[in-house]
Design a protein around this ligand. Sequence first.
Ligand code: SF4
Length: 267
Amino acid sequence: MCEYKEDIDKMCWSYSRLTSFENCKYEFYLNYIINDNAEYLSEGNFYAEVGSYVHEILATIFNGELTPDEASQYYVDNFDNNVFYKTSKSTMDKTFETCADYFANVDFGWLNDYEILGVEKEIKFKILGYKFIGYIDLLLRDKKDNKIVILDHKSSSYPFNLDGSLNYRAKTTFPKYKKQMYLYAKAIVDMYNEYPKEFIWNHFKDKKMAKIPFEEKEYLVALDWLIDTIHIIENEKDYNATLNYFYCTNLCSFRNSCEYAKTVAWK
Ligand code: SF4
């Protein structure tokens, strides 16, 4: 029996919690089992902070508290009060400019086709006694066919080539991101008793929206993955570290305290 069964039994699951375990079991252990430990302090990173800042401005626009015209200046004026972590100067400059350009040129005319059902909407559901929580960036109902759409803002690159095929860089992340959407769809089914018709990803850095149709088969696979992953975590004993240069040195919340990352000789 897993030594941390009590902690795991109390958990409210989320997509990031599950993928954290898949990404590096030791990070999951530090973050969710022995969290609040002075030796292993969780910290953010530049990429996540910029993403959160853009999400926050978009939520403010969709809530009607900021006009799209005001958003551009707001982004520039408040950037330094919202993004504190640093990375290379060239990355910081490029990211700042790309997002500034997005807010300066974004056109929300497409929104006229939709009714907004929720902004940063908290969703919760229970499955086989396991609790799950998530946040939908923008929940919409298409006025044309009255169907529900789940929209997610993404800082990652637009995943499709010109001919509609999947870009090779998105081969790993695309199915993972879709799984997150399908888990959120479970809450929609519980709330509205209907499947969403599609997921829209707002790839704001590329100024492109990707539309992914909902497929029941993929929905059921995602729910199976959720349950299977929780069962694996329930039986985990070792919490081994998975080392990956970019992740361990730029993104991991424990990149400055993890003993494995500190001692490895990166090639
Ligand atoms: S720094 Fe790397 S090995 Fe250490 S916890 Fe983070 S992801 Fe895992």
